[in-house]
Design a protein around this ligand. Structure first.
Ligand SMILES: Nc1nc2c(ncn2[C@@H]2O[C@H](COP(=O)(O)OP(=O)(O)OP(=O)(O)O)[C@@H](O)[C@H]2O)c(=O)[nH]1
Ligand SMILES: [Mg+2]
Length: 449
């Protein structure tokens, strides 16, 4: 029999109320020992009761206690939730009393782990719970919810079923060649069956890229040599004097980050130190940092000065951003045009004096990432690296099959790749799993969830 676990489910701090959750076969019995009010062992399931938490004769707190009996609970075990007043001292005191009476302190994520191990939710759903806890924006919450409702899980299950069909068919062909009802799998019909699976996986991946954007936003870096107006652009976009602007080259020494939203998506703007060769120790550190940010940002906006001819530094930067997702903002169009630019890159022009071109810049970002379409889209996404990686692996398995078909490799030798794809997707929803992985995943959860 599993032991009974307890933990504070709300974040510790000063809030109006805190919730302490207890799960396990002794949950009701244990809470009843420290509760003054109704006899909780005699109440109906899914009911709430007013009373006091007692330490001997002393009233510790006035509480509301929710009793939920197995199996229709989150963990499928008996669960009692104590709503107490939010002070740290009181909440901890109640938890201590529960531990004294025989509960064990829950490990991080243990409630969700139990829900998973008891078959209440799939692994994917379990991960969504963790994402839900962490979700910042409304859209993130919606996305995490779509995981919990199991939409993504059922999509993955459908793909696995298709794979299983083909695997089974090949098995029959091999093991029972005399069985005439089974269609013989040839290269042609294997290709026909596998291609739609490939499409499904590709779509899931494409959507997941969007999922990543919803969850983490887009890191947009303003890059360029000194004095071209990067900090001015940051301020104009934010409509706030966030970064210091002067006509002295090398004003910005350290990267400055600020957030704005475009179509509900978080844009993490990073203003950087102007890149140039310098002997100044502090500035040099800033420049190195800018170069790193250039590499790691999702989108690089290279800022050029309309009022100056292209410099060697500009040319070097143009070269550097080539393999990155990027666009060019030609600033200071209020001044005379001296810049000649020959490039196929996306260019937006404007200036921060008349606030020209800044809306166009935002619009370009929206276009590049299709941010305007995200709202209406069906929110079937995967959005953590482990999940996306498994889909990529499954896709690689499928591509391997298509390649091998071209090379005329016999069908029965391709079955292994189908199985690999099947297993990879199984890992995704936790239908084939390794204990270590499970432990690791749940440990990443907050205590009490
Ligand atoms: N005429 C004109 N001046 C601008 C414009 N944008 C910025 N400036 C001026 O250019 C100078 C440099 O602007 P910053 O925003 O500090 O430039 P920066 O690229 O951040 O420079 P560093 O921090 O040194 O790398 C300031 O004097 C700004 O007022 C513009 O669109 N037109
Ligand atoms: Mg600056």
């Amino acid at each position: 029999m599993e032991d009974t676990i307890a933990a504070i489910s709300t974040s510790l701090g000063v809030g109006a109320i805190s919730i302490i959750r207890v799960s396990g076969s002794n949950a009701i019995f244990i809470v009843n020992q420290i509760f003054k009010g109704k006899d909780l062992t005699k109440v109906n399931s899914h009911t709430i009761h007013y009373g006091f938490i007692m330490e001997n004769d002393e009233e510790i707190d006035e509480v509301l206690v929710t009793v939920m009996k197995a199996p229709k609970t989150f963990t499928t075990e008996d669960i009692v939730e104590i709503n107490c007043h939010g002070g740290i001292a009181t909440t901890k005191k109640i938890l201590e009393l529960l531990l004294e009476k025989g509960c064990r302190l829950a490990e991080a994520g243990e409630f969700t782990k139990r829900a998973f191990l008891n078959g209440r939710i799939s692994l994917l759903e379990a991960e969504s719970v963790s994402d839900l806890i962490e979700s910042k924006s409304n859209k993130q919450r919606q996305m995490a919810m779509s995981g919990i409702s199991g939409r993504t899980t059922s999509l993955v299950r459908e793909i696995r079923d298709k794979l299983l069909d083909v695997i089974a068919n090949i098995e029959v062909n091999i093991d029972y060649p005399e069985y005439e009802d089974a269609i013989e799998i040839t290269h042609e019909n294997l290709k026909e069956k596998v291609e739609p699976i490939k499409k499904d996986l590709e779509l899931l991946l494409k959507n997941s890229e969007v999922g990543k954007i919803i969850k983490s936003g887009i890191d947009v870096a303003l890059i360029g040599r000194p004095n071209v107006g990067k900090s001015s652009i940051l301020n104009a976009l934010l409509n706030e004097e966030k970064a210091i602007v002067t006509d002295i080259s090398g004003t910005t020494r350290d990267a400055i980050e600020a957030q704005m939203t475009l179509n509900g998506i978080e844009i993490n703007l990073i203003d950087t130190a102007g890149i140039r060769d310098t002997e100044d120790t502090v500035e040099k550190i800033g420049v190195d940092k800018s170069k790193k940010i250039l590499e790691t940002a999702d989108l690089v906006i290279l800022v050029l000065n309309n009022n100056e001819a292209l410099t060697t530094e500009d040319k070097e930067l143009l070269e550097k951003i080539k393999d990155k997702t990027h666009l060019i903002f030609v600033n200071k169009t209020d001044l005379e045009n001296k810049l000649v630019l020959e490039t196929n890159d996306t260019i937006v022009t404007g200036n921060t004096k008349d606030l020209d071109g800044l809306e166009a810049l935002k619009k370009k970002i929206v276009e590049m990432y299709h941010l305007d379409e995200i709202q209406e889209k069906d929110l079937t996404y995967l959005f953590n690296v482990r999940q996306i990686d498994l889909v990529k692996k499954a896709l690689a398995n499928i591509n391997q099959i298509l390649n091998d078909i071209q090379k005329n490799i016999p069908v029965d030798m391709l079955e292994i790749h189908l199985r690999e794809a099947f297993d990879n997707l199984g890992l995704l929803i936790g239908e084939t799993y390794e204990d270590e992985l499970i432990d690791k995943l749940f440990k990443n959860f907050c205590l009490g969830k």
